[in-house]
Design a protein around this ligand. Structure first.
Ligand code: ADE
Length: 267
C-alpha cells in the first residue's frame, strides 16, 4: 500500500496537465498522384527532381520525383504512362501498386493522395473546391453475399486531421472510388449509400494499401466536374482540369506548410 505522502504526491501529479506525448516530427512524405497534369505543378512548386535511379522494378512506368522542402523529405509518386497506350495509368490497380511499392521502399510517415474528382452539388461541391476526405469506399465492387458485400465496399477512414481542417478552412467530405469516369445507375446507388460528396478513381485503393501497411493517409480532392449537373462528365473534366489543378497545387502547398515541423498527433 502507498504511504500517505506518496498518495498526495500522486494526486498532485494527476491534477497537472499531462505532458504531450511528443512523437518525432513528420519527416518523410509520399504524395501519390495519378495524372501528369496534376503532378507537374507540384513537382515544380517544391523543385522536386526525377530520381535518375528509379527505386521501382525495371521496366515499370512509375516515376519518383523527390526533394527536400523545409524540414520535409518529399517524394511524389506518379504511376506514369501506360506503356502501350501512352496515357496516364489512372485507376485503382496502378495506384494500389505504386502505393505498395512506395511504402515498402520509402517507409513514409504519411501518405498524401492528391488529385481531381467529380463532385455532387447536392452535397455541397462546386467546381474548384478542394476537399479533404474523411472516409473512402468503393462503389463498383458489388458482391451481394453477406460480409463479402462489406468487403466490396471496403470502407476506410482517412487519418484524422482536425487542426489542419480548421486552420486551412478545408471542406470535408466522403469519397467514393471506382474504375470508371462515368457513373452507371448501380454506381449511383452505391455512391449514395456511401454518402459521398466526391468521386474519384484511386482514393479507396490507396486507403486499402495504407491501412494494410499501417501508414497514415490523407486525401485531397479538387472538383473538376459536377456529377449531378447537366454537362457531360468527360467534357467538363477536360475543360476544368488545368484551372482546378492550380487550385489543388495551392492547397497542397498550404497542407505541406502546415505539416512541416509537426508530428502526426498535431495534424
Ligand atoms: N476525376 C475527376 N472527375 C471524376 C469523376 N467524375 N469520376 C471519377 N474520377 C474523376
Amino acid at each position: 500500500m502507498a504511504a500517505l505522502g506518496d498518495q498526495s504526491e500522486q494526486q498532485a501529479m494527476a491534477s497537472q496537465p499531462k505532458p504531450l506525448t511528443q512523437s518525432p516530427p513528420i519527416s518523410n512524405i509520399v504524395i501519390v498522384i495519378a495524372m501528369q497534369t496534376e503532378a507537374l505543378p507540384i513537382v515544380n512548386r517544391f523543385q522536386l527532381t526525377e530520381d535518375p535511379h528509379s527505386p521501382f522494378p525495371q521496366g515499370v512506368p512509375w516515376v519518383r520525383y523527390h526533394g527536400t522542402y523545409k524540414h520535409l523529405n518529399i517524394s511524389l509518386i506518379w504511376p506514369g504512362k501506360d506503356p502501350t497506350l501512352g496515357v496516364d495509368s489512372v485507376g485503382t490497380i496502378s495506384s494500389a501498386l505504386v502505393t505498395y511499392a512506395a511504402i515498402q521502399i520509402l517507409q513514409p510517415d504519411l501518405i498524401i493522395n492528391a488529385g481531381t474528382a467529380g463532385g455532387f452539388k447536392a452535397k455541397g461541391a462546386s467546381i474548384g473546391d478542394v476537399f479533404i476526405v474523411s472516409d473512402c469506399a468503393f462503389h463498383d465492387r458489388r458482391i451481394p453475399i453477406p460480409v463479402f458485400d462489406l468487403y466490396g465496399v471496403g470502407l476506410r477512414k482517412a487519418f484524422e486531421t482536425p487542426n489542419l481542417v480548421k486552420e486551412l478552412n478545408l471542406k470535408v467530405g466522403k469519397l467514393s472510388t471506382g474504375d470508371s469516369l462515368d457513373m452507371t445507375q448501380q454506381d449511383e446507388t452505391s455512391i449514395i449509400a456511401n454518402d459521398a460528396t466526391v468521386k474519384d478513381m484511386e482514393g479507396a485503393a490507396i486507403a486499402y494499401v495504407a491501412d494494410l501497411l499501417k501508414v497514415p493517409a490523407i486525401f485531397l480532392k479538387a472538383v473538376t466536374d459536377i456529377i449531378d449537373g447537366d454537362k457531360p462528365t468527360s467534357e467538363e473534366f477536360l475543360q476544368n482540369l488545368a484551372a482546378v489543378t492550380a487550385a489543388l497545387d495551392l492547397a497542397i502547398e498550404q497542407v505541406i506548410d502546415f505539416i512541416n515541423g509537426k508530428c502526426l498527433s498535431e495534424l
